[in-house]
Design a protein around this ligand. Structure first.
Ligand code: PLP
Length: 396
């Protein structure tokens, strides 16, 4: 008796989760050490010790009715203030508590901002490949997602195609940098060019186009790469941040939205987003976690562990003859399939107990996503399986 629309969503529901379940079955059959599960973006490094210490100290010293109680739908004022000051220090911005809305992870934040701005029939543009849930989040509010293919060599936005995709119905654009699934990071120049295209489109159509920057991987970058802060380049920019990956806390569901004063109708947007947070049923972000992350804004996970995985995988796979985009951030490697059909390729990889996600799940057919947020030793053990896969396709 479930809703017709829900039946479709269930049918199309996460290939990645299905794979994860399959991985567990395979582990029971072949032994966990003989299955190489690269399917899920679940952080493999521990949260920094500061998190556990902060939680203990909050529980020991703060009033339980405050720690576990309701607060303003936007979150604790002092938490939002601390985050605003930290952003100002790091990125030379001018936020106050008013500009920060604590959310249930990046997923919660994206749903809040989309509920705030979308009317049925509105279009949200994104760059493919993209995090597949965007389609569902946009559809939640009657919008449609238009995916514009990225440049096929750099996987950065193809500006001409992007410009052509914008219409008077475009209410928002979602970008994600560092990117899931490609690992690319947009440079200052790329952001400046995107902003120019958007400003021109706003003028041409006489509309507001919100640029939503989905940034759960902001802190996971390698080789000293910089991730420019989007609100400095475009007046209608909203940041969706999450601690899921930066502090390895995905199950705790904590993040925030940045809603700058430069937004068109800023006060109305901020007020509506507070209401959206409540009526979507989140009410407010988890209270204990708000207090804990505010004490750990300078804490870091061991990014070097991901970097070591990245180097080993990228180096080994390219040596075997596979073509990969060199990731500069996040913990994913996007590898070109030696055949056109990525689902067929992923099925053939499974014969060697390699679980890779077909790129078509991200609107990026012809590729597979390899999540390297796994044990380094598993990558080492998996290399002979990748060698066999390369041999099957006649790579060098
Ligand atoms: N956006 C992207 C690009 C992601 O990869 C993820 C999670 O993997 C999310 C959003 C959701 O993150 P959260 O767990 O903070 O809701």
């Amino acid at each position: 008796m479930i809703a017709e629309r829900m039946k479709e969503l269930v049918k199309g529901s996460s290939v990645i989760r299905a794979m994860f379940e399959e991985g567990k079955k395979m582990a029971a059959q072949y032994g966990a050490e003989n299955v190489y599960d690269f399917s899920l973006g679940n952080p493999s490094v521990e949260p920094p010790k500061e998190i556990g210490e902060a939680i203990k100290s909050i529980l020991d010293s703060e009033k339980p009715t405050v720690v576990h109680g309701y607060m303003n739908n936007a979150g604790y004022e002092e938490v939002r203030n601390t985050i605003a000051l930290s952003l100002n220090k790091r990125f030379d911005t001018e936020f106050t508590a008013k500009n920060i809305l604590m959310t249930v992870g990046a997923a919660g934040g994206l749903n809040v901002i989309l509920k705030t701005i979308l009317d049925p029939g509105d279009v949200v543009v994104t760059i493919a490949p993209y995090f597949g849930e965007y389609r569902n989040y946009v559809a939640n509010f009657g919008g449609t997602l238009a995916a514009v293919p990225a440049d096929r060599t750099t996987f950065l936005p193809d500006l001409d195609a992007f410009e052509k995709a914008l219409t008077p119905a475009t209410k928002a654009v979602i970008i994600n940098t560092p990117n899931n699934p490609t690992g690319v990071v947009y440079s200052k120049e790329t952001i400046e060019n995107l902003a120019k295209v958007l400003e021109n489109a706003e003028k041409r159509f006489g509309t507001s186009i919100y640029l939503i920057s989905d940034e759960p991987y902001r802190e996971l970058v390698y080789d000293g790469v910089e991730v420019p802060y989007i609100t400095k380049f475009y007046h209608n920019a909203v940041v969706g941040y999450s601690f899921s990956k930066s502090l390895s806390l995905p199950g705790e569901r904590i993040g925030y939205l940045v809603l700058p004063d430069t937004l068109d109708d800023a006060d109305e947007v901020i007020n509506a987003a507070n209401v959206a947070n409540r009526i979507l049923g989140f009410v407010n972000a988890p209270s204990l976690m708000q207090l804990a992350v505010a004490r750990c804004l300078d804490a870091k996970v061991n990014v070097e562990a991901y970097d070591n995985n990245r180097k080993l995988l990228y180096g080994s796979l390219t040596k075997m003859g596979f073509e990969c985009i060199k990731p500069e951030g996040a913990f994913y490697l996007f590898m070109k399939c030696p055949i056109e059909d990525d689902k067929e390729f992923a099925a053939r990889a499974k014969k060697y107990n390699l679980l890779l996600v077909p790129g078509s799940s991200f609107g990026g057919p012809g590729y597979v996503r390899i999540a390297y947020c796994v044990d380094h030793a598993m990558i080492e053990r998996s290399l002979p399986a990748f060698e066999k896969l390369a041999a099957e396709f006649g790579l060098k």
